[in-house]
Design a protein around this ligand. Sequence first.
Ligand code: MG
Length: 336
Amino acid sequence: MKSPEIVLGHGSGGKLTKDLVDQVFLDSFANPFLSTLTDSALLDFDDQRIALTTDSYVVRPIFFNGGDLGKLAVCGTVNDLSVMGAKPLFITCGFIIEEGYEIESLKRIVKSMKNAAEEAGVAIVAGDTKVVEKGSGDGVFLNTSGVGVVSSGVDLRRERVRPGDSILINGTVGDHGMAVLMSRERFGFEAPIDSDCASLNTLISGILSSGADIKFMRDATRGGVATILNELVSGMEFGVLVDEEKVPVMEEVRALCEILGMDPLYVANEGKVVVVCRSADKENVLKAMKEHPLGRRAEVVGEIVKEPASLVTARTRIGSRRILDLLADDQLPRIC
Ligand code: MG
């Protein structure tokens, strides 16, 4: 690795995160469960398949338009289980709290977790609390782990993806990143953007029970849609062609991205899932998405292509092509 120290970009989910995972973590921890680098590990016990995941949340500010740290942690964990085809069941939570943090604010975070857990049908079954000295943290950091059970017959592996398969998303991209940014910075103007932070488990179970042949799912969080599509094609003998005109983006999000020189395809979401299915099933999946409140603006946004392999390409609005590479650095640190 080039840098001898950790930089914020190591937490971006992009190129630097990949280097850190490959060269530090996998170097020591590699095993068949971890090395798939999926949203959850899949573990077989007798005839049950369990999904297990963990995530830490350091969003700044803790309360933002459309959500807060607590809701984010529960929904994020539920979604990482759901995209592996698991039914989320149990969650644990670890709080790292900075000395001086107001108990009233902590209660708001906890209440929000309770509501999000109830809504998703998961139980918070274990927890831990640590306090660090004033100045050693930034209010509250959260870690959540989650366990779910995978139904038999679900086979979501990118190895099953083939050229010609369709790519869908359940709605507008970039809402979460831009909502957090609007809550963080003072721009001298207001834009009514709410985070899309939501648990996707019922939407995803609808998609899985639609009868469609679903081959791959991932929630497009940190690094946005472009980053997870890069993870999909990395080292594979196929590529992705995204039809940019088809990708739903809220007008306010598009305008803010233009002002800031950002690309909505790289901005974080917390309630969006990218689905790859057999082309013949795309209308089926689209219907299942649109029938759910979190899928009203769903679209087919692209396809799996043979060439160029291992690359994500976009057909732009003016008809040209551009490559959507992994970003080295972070457009927006501490977004989740
Ligand atoms: Mg994920």
